[in-house]
Design a protein around this ligand. Sequence first.
Ligand SMILES: [Zn+2]
Length: 84
Amino acid sequence: MAARDRYSRKLECSQCGNTGFAEVSEDDTPSRKTRGFEIDALPGGFETEFASSNPRKHMIRCRCGHKFKFEQTTAYAPGGEPRA
Ligand SMILES: [Zn+2]
């Protein structure tokens, strides 16, 4: 049976600086086309704008109105944080 991978990922709004950790899970099955990405819990101040099974398409909306993708395609320096 397929196992579910669970992990948390830090969200940071580049507009107002709101941060928190989202609890997410994915299918741990390499043969599947989709990762079965799901957000199980969002930190305070963030909500789902557009749900997708692809974390690069899943849109989060901050309480300040700023919208951003759950998983950014931009590569940050190790240990670095995104800055506007
Ligand atoms: Zn914000």
